[in-house]
Design a protein around this ligand. Sequence first.
Ligand SMILES: [Zn+2]
Length: 226
Amino acid sequence: MISYMHYVYTIFEILIGLVFPRCCVGCGKDGISICPNCLSRSPLSTRNGTIDKDIISVFDYRHPIIREAIWLLKYRRHREISHNLGRILYDYLIEEMAERTLFSHFTDPLLIAIPSAKARRNFRGFNQAELLMRAIKEHDTENRFTIVPSVLTKKKNTPPQAKIKNKQARLSNLRGAFSVSDTAKVENRNIILIDDVATTGATITEAKRALLAGGAKRVIGLTVAH
Ligand SMILES: [Zn+2]
């Protein structure tokens, strides 16, 4: 059912593209919403380490191209954007793992996407974090990362975090929201949690707590933007 709907939706997107030709919001290049050049040249996050040293974000969310990319990913499940962001996140991870002491002894990492509660998943079956996780894996020709779908689940349909401003309130909104469905899969493993945006870091902090309670060794977060 999901693959059938995905197919219909892809056809629909192609038709929409024919009727309303797209161009890059950064440089005006035809046929693409945001070109890979404009995406990769967007300003990097300067706030890494300010919320949590174990949460790293690639881009500055205040930049309009990044906001647009996140919007397309989140609300349109935009295939091209997720593919291009996957490439950027993959390259970023490889470089960071080589350079930063953050990753010392951080071997054979698993990639786990921040889940949505069921009601918030769209009919295509993936949320934006899962799309990103799968897009990173598409570029992982050396097989350095293992994706683990569906092991982290979100129990409660919590009020949207965007409506809650401070981190303490966000954390209590999420308390107990995540659980690990199969602890054998995460026990004693290093994990990279993937999400689209870190605002206060509360979502990653709470998901990390659930994974550590399930026996994970070390958990860090990687987001497209902050
Ligand atoms: Zn462009």
